[in-house]
Ligand binder design. Structure first.
Ligand code: BTN
Length: 244
């Protein structure tokens, strides 16, 4: 496998996209000790101080239609959870689509970006950031309200190389299973860890905000939320808040 390791990058997703454009192979990994312009979903940033977290992006070239791409992001969050459970002994939960939470605070996020032609995926870059050894005081004020790290939660430092190696193993196994067997097993592994299912959530989709009851995800990975009128609605992008 091709690894690209950097002491510092603006964003591993950005570098991965450049490499993918130049033809980098499926499975290429871009890893950085620090990001100076780490990017998150919905135009947000990802705080990426040196030496404390894991910031990486994987290039994938699955031969799939565009509509299946969101499943890869769910896959990444399941693989992260399995690695955290195995290496750090914690029980994380997942907030749709792919926030990995510990005690309700965000530990990990994934930003998937893609390039497609004629409704077929050309390449995907799946970028994940995990807060590992940050102390509670290492997060800037606004971030501290919503974010946590393994160390801030458990009081124990974790060997990032061990965690990363486990994560790549789970990710590769889950990805191969998904390619050959489809989404069903991953869907139940995702649901086993899902936060907020069966509870009232606030849905934020573009300019629209509404309250409903989260009921699961469907066979595409879309979130199912029952609205006030009793209608079951499918969410393929956007955000949910567990504090309605
Ligand atoms: C989110 O929860 O909003 C997604 C955060 C994704 C952060 C990771 S860190 C590695 C990769 N490079 C980036 O610039 N972003 C992703």
């Amino acid at each position: 496998r091709d690894y690209h390791f950097y002491a510092s990058l603006p964003s591993t997703n950005r570098t991965a996209k450049e490499l993918a454009r130049q033809g980098a192979a499926e499975g290429t990994v871009v890893l950085a000790e620090e990001q100076t312009e780490g990017r998150g979903r919905l135009g947000r940033g990802w705080y990426s101080p040196p030496g404390l977290g894991i910031y990486f992006t994987v290039i994938l070239r699955p031969a799939i239609p565009l509509g299946l791409a969101p499943q890869v992001t769910l896959l990444a969050s399941v693989a992260v959870c399995k690695a955290l459970e195995t290496v750090a002994g914690v029980q994380p939960s997942i907030k749709w689509p792919n926030d990995v939470l510990l005690h309700g605070k965000k530990l990990c996020g994934t930003l998937t970006e893609l390039n497609a032609e004629m409704e077929a995926v050309n390449y995907l870059v799946v970028g994940t950031g995990i807060n590992v050894n940050q102390g509670p005081e290492d997060f800037p004020g606004e971030v501290a309200k919503v974010a946590t790290s393994l160390y801030a939660t458990t009081g124990e430092k974790v060997d990032r190389a061990r965690l990363f190696a486990a994560l790549l193993r789970f990710f590769e196994a889950d990805y191969k299973h998904w390619l050959s067997a489809g989404f069903e097993r991953l869907r139940s592994e995702w649901l086993e860890r899902a936060a907020g299912m069966g509870t009232t959530v606030r849905v934020i989709a573009g300019q629209q905000e509404w309250i409903g009851r989260a009921e699961g995800i469907d066979s595409d990975g879309a979130l199912l939320v029952r609205d006030g009128g009793g209608e079951l609605r499918r969410l393929i992008s956007g955000e949910v808040s567990l504090r309605p």
